[in-house]
Every structure is written in structure tokens, then in C-alpha cells.
Design a binder for this molecule. Structure first.
Ligand SMILES: CC(C)(COP(=O)(O)OP(=O)(O)OC[C@H]1O[C@@H](n2cnc3c(N)ncnc32)[C@H](O)[C@@H]1OP(=O)(O)O)[C@@H](O)C(=O)NCCC(=O)NCCS
Length: 173
């Protein structure tokens, strides 16, 4: 499926929140159990930064159908500046059309210019789609915290996967 990816703007926030909320009932992607509002997410949105930790949206025919974002690891401690966590959400109606894999591949390609050399992906251990995408893109599972969350009454484990990305070399001359 043909997608266009661009930096998100605050005008995209209603679509971003709507897509996020669509994932809550399935209970396999987010630890939130109640829908979030646009107001809840304004501060969150403003912490993204196109230069280091962007939030992107993917459009199909001019409609936002997915988003992906990078956040700093370990509350932004400086020693981990080159490490970021990727999160992504696809509108339910657009699942299983290859958008998740395409979007994550695109995020990986942006990492060198963002100074990210370790990309982390954290997901519940029953999130089969994310596991498949990560495996196919070269992520290695580096941790599995079993029974660390309770979602809709079920104990869930968290898988941590990492992808090492070569640093961008300085331009010659
Ligand atoms: C996880 C998610 C991003 C996957 O996006 P997607 O566009 O549906 O995934 P793709 O179409 O690229 O499919 C990738 C693979 O996962 C498989 N897959 C997709 N949904 C699946 C599901 N519900 N169960 C099992 N496998 C699934 C696909 O068949 C494909 O398999 P393949 O490698 O054998 O070809 C999407 O389901 C989503 O937004 N989920 C809610 C949020 C979430 O889980 N985010 C990740 C944690 S931040």
C-alpha cells in the first residue's frame, strides 16, 4: 500500500489520538485501559522534536492512517542520547496491509540523521505482528520481562528488542 510519511503537526493530534484509542480494546499494544483525549496528549505531543525525536504520520490518499514516534530511553539520561524507543500505531481498518513494516523500515532509515544508533522496540509478548516486523527488520530480542503488566485482567510480559544502526559518518572534507 502506498503511504506518504511526514512530520506530524499539532493539527494531526485528533487523528493521532483516535488511532491510538482504536488499539486499546484489543489490549495487546498499549498499557492504557481507557481512551485518551486530545487534551491529555498535547504535552506529550510537544515533547517530540523533528531534529532528534520526531513524531511522524503516514497518510493514504491524504488521510492520516498511522503514526510513529521516537522517544528518549531511560527518561532522557544523557548517556543514552543515541538510544531511542520507537512506537507505532496503525488505524485498525488499515492493519495487515504492510503499513507497519513499511513505517518501521522508514523509521530505521531516519535514525542515522537523528543520531540514533540503538533503536529499541518494547511490546507485549503476545503482540505477534510487532514480533514478526521486528524479526524481519533485524531486531534482536534482548529482554523478556514476564508477567510484568496486567491488561484487562491478564498478566502480560514485555519483550524488549534492539536494533543496532551504524552511526552516520561525518561528511568528507
Ligand atoms: C502492530 C501493528 C503496528 C502492525 O501493523 P500492520 O500494518 O498491521 O502490520 P503489517 O501489515 O506490516 O504486518 C506485519 C506482519 O505481522 C502480521 N500480523 C499483522 N497483524 C497481525 C495480528 N493481529 N496477529 C498476527 N499477525 C499479524 C502480518 O501478517 C505480517 O506477517 P508476515 O511477516 O508473515 O508478512 C498494528 O497491528 C498496530 O498498530 N497495532 C496496535 C499498536 C501496536 O501494537 N503497536 C506496537 C507497539 S508500540
Amino acid at each position: 500500500m502506498d503511504i506518504q510519511i511526514r512530520d506530524a503537526t499539532e493539527a494531526d493530534l485528533p487523528a493521532i489520538v483516535d488511532i491510538y484509542n482504536q488499539s486499546i480494546p484489543a489490549g495487546w499494544s498499549t498499557a492504557d485501559t481507557k481512551p485518551v483525549t486530545v487534551a491529555d496528549r498535547v504535552e506529550w505531543f510537544r515533547k517530540f522534536d523533528p531534529v532528534r525525536r520526531p513524531l511522524w504520520v503516514a497518510e493514504v490518499d491524504g488521510q492520516v492512517v498511522a503514526w510513529a514516534g521516537l522517544t528518549s530511553f531511560y527518561a532522557g539520561r544523557p548517556a543514552y542520547d543515541a538510544t531511542a524507543e520507537v512506537s507505532m500505531y496503525i488505524a485498525t481498518a488499515y492493519h495487515r496491509r504492510g503499513i507497519g513494516r513499511q513505517l518501521k523500515q522508514w523509521v530505521i532509515e531516519q535514525c542515522p540523521r537523528l543520531g540514533v544508533t540503538t533503536l529499541l522496540s518494547m511490546h507485549f509478548d503476545h503482540n505477534e505482528a510487532t514480533r514478526k516486523i521486528n524479526e524481519s527488520l533485524g531486531f534482536q530480542q534482548v529482554g523478556h520481562l514476564t508477567e510484568i503488566a496486567v491488561v484487562q485482567g491478564h498478566k502480560r510480559g514485555l519483550v524488549i528488542s534492539a536494533l543496532r544502526i551504524p552511526a552516520q559518518s561525518a561528511p568528507a572534507g
